[in-house]
Design a protein around this ligand. Structure first.
Ligand code: ZN
Length: 501
């Protein structure tokens, strides 16, 4: 059995090498690639993706997994070997169900749609992408149908990103969250808007970069095992457990943009860098689900990076970096500014309280589109209507309505959004457990120390990589299923100090 296991590992390592090499090409494409290189790069990336896919769906892998399954089941559930066989078998079964020809067709269609979207959004021209989006919806339904036996047609698509979650469970959780959230949003937005003028002064890029690097280093991001580069849409990418890179963008007239996207991506990166070294070069060496991944970017961005304790340490340093801009702004004013809550049009700019309402709107539309109760042609109007009902404001056009997010224009319709809100809910649930284990964490943050928190996160959440599904991990860490209470407690606590709730 040891030999068979070794053979499986060798094959999976080669596939991981191909995928990571492809990720390097993708990182380069989004950072340094000159425009002339784009067509060749697209071709190179799809060749590598195809080779990796072919190697993975090879029947030899299926035979090895069959032979290894009884052996794996005889081992402890959380052992590296048992987990490798179990998780790979799950990935393998899923990969076999989608015909390669369909996948090729889907990628090609996505590339065309994405290109059309980059032109349609600035032109506010939904009609341009409408037929493409109709085809995306059709392909998304076909994708779901490769996994028959579902309760809701969105279930298989939700499963891709958040394995173990279903439309029904997510809908119920979101309904509960909505009920608790709407009164908080109403209470806050009926009070005077916080003044964020201090964030909108001129902040030169070079100093923003220096300050961001300092923050990253202090929270535990290791520049020997990563880099920070510039891009249009910030992201994190992993080439190895020892090479996880992040990207950011700069707005010289708005401090938040770079600062908080660096901490956000830094959180994603700390997760990937915290996976145990023994899992390197295997399918287990990554985060376990979209929701859990987002819980870590949100934990570092909001529960740490937007906390008063964090800024008690960092604000004097920020003032020293930007004396002309901030010397007359007291910490309290800055803290209120970075935690300003307002009803706004664009999801990615939304504060942590209203953000989830944006996600719920998209999640509900995904279900309605897939069910067929909403047609693509009616989507822009439905969007405006729902937005007015949920936020009490109107988007002037589709640019900041149905055209604002890339997700549907570069992937499937279904499963694309729930992870963001699951992440918010989980960030508070996990942080509460960390505080229970180490009540000194906020005091340490006041001194610019984060190793106790990071150590707890590595041990409990990062090190296992993909060994446990999200529901299993949540159960192990919090002692039960996902619940909204810790998140609501966190919001009421924090915003109860800033506003009258
Ligand atoms: Zn994220």
């Amino acid at each position: 059995m040891k030999e068979k296991l070794q053979e499986l590992k060798t094959r999976l390592a080669e596939i991981d090498d191909l995928q990571c090499a492809n990720a390097v090409l993708g990182w380069d494409q989004s950072t340094y690639l000159p425009a002339g290189g784009a067509p060749a790069r697209g071709r190179q990336m799809s060749t590598l993706a195809r080779l990796a896919q072919e190697k993975f769906i090879d029947p030899v892998i299926g035979h090895l997994l069959d032979e290894l399954q009884p052996y794996a089941e005889s081992l402890p559930y959380d052992s590296d070997e048992a987990s490798l066989v179990r998780v790979t078998a799950r990935d393998y079964e899923r990969a076999l169900k989608v015909p390669p020809a369909f996948l090729g067709q889907f990628y090609e269609h996505s590339a065309i749609t994405y290109q059309a979207w980059t032109e349609a959004r600035p032109a506010n021209d939904f009609a341009k992408v409408r037929p493409l989006l109709e085809k995306t919806l059709d392909l998304s339904r076909q994708m779901a149908d490769f996994f028959p036996g579902y309760q809701h047609i969105a279930d298989p698509l939700i499963d891709f990103a958040d394995f173990g979650m279903r439309a029904e469970t997510v809908s119920a959780l979101f309904a509960e969250l909505r009920q608790a959230l709407v009164p908080i949003v109403q209470a806050i937005t009926s009070q005077p808007l916080a003044d964020d003028a201090c964030l909108r002064r001129n902040y030169p890029e070079a100093q923003q970069l220096a300050f961001s690097q300092d923050v990253l280093q202090r929270i535990g991001y290791d520049f020997q095992r990563g880099r920070l580069d510039k891009t249009h849409h910030p992201f994190t990418t992993r080439f190895s457990v020892n090479d996880v890179r992040i990207t950011t963008r700069y707005d010289e007239n708005y401090l938040n943009d770079c600062l908080f996207s660096v901490i956000h991506e830094g959180g994603h990166a700390l997760y990937e860098l915290g996976v145990h070294q023994d899992l390197e070069n295997t399918p287990l060496a990554s985060g376990t689900s979209a929701g859990v991944h987002e819980s870590q970017s949100r934990l570092w961005e909001n529960l740490v990076g937007r906390s008063r304790a964090f800024w008690e340490f960092f604000y004097p340093r920020l003032q020293a970096t930007f004396p002309a801009q901030l010397q007359d702004t007291p910490l309290d004013e800055f803290y209120r500014a970075i935690n300003r809550v307002q009803r706004s049009l664009v999801r990615v700019d939304a504060d942590e309280v209203t953000y989830n309402l944006h996600v719920m709107l998209r999640f509900d539309f995904e279900l309605a589109l897939l069910e067929g109760s909403l047609a693509v042609k009616d989507l822009p109007e439905a969007w405006h209507e729902r937005f007015r009902a949920d936020f009490g404001i109107s988007a002037p056009d589709d640019r900041d309505g149905v055209l604002q997010d890339v997700h549907w224009y570069g992937g499937v319709i279904g499963g694309a959004f729930q992870g963001y809100t699951l992440g918010n809910i989980l960030s508070a649930a996990f942080f509460e457990q960390a505080l229970k284990a180490h009540p000194q964490i906020p005091d340490e943050m006041r001194q610019g120390k984060f190793d106790t928190l990071l150590g707890w996160l590595i041990t409990n959440i990062y090190a296992p990589g993909r060994k446990f599904t999200a529901p299993e991990l949540i159960e192990r860490v919090t002692g039960g299923p996902i619940r909204i209470e810790p998140y609501i407690r966190y919001l009421k606590n924090k915003y109860g100090e800033l506003y009258t709730l």
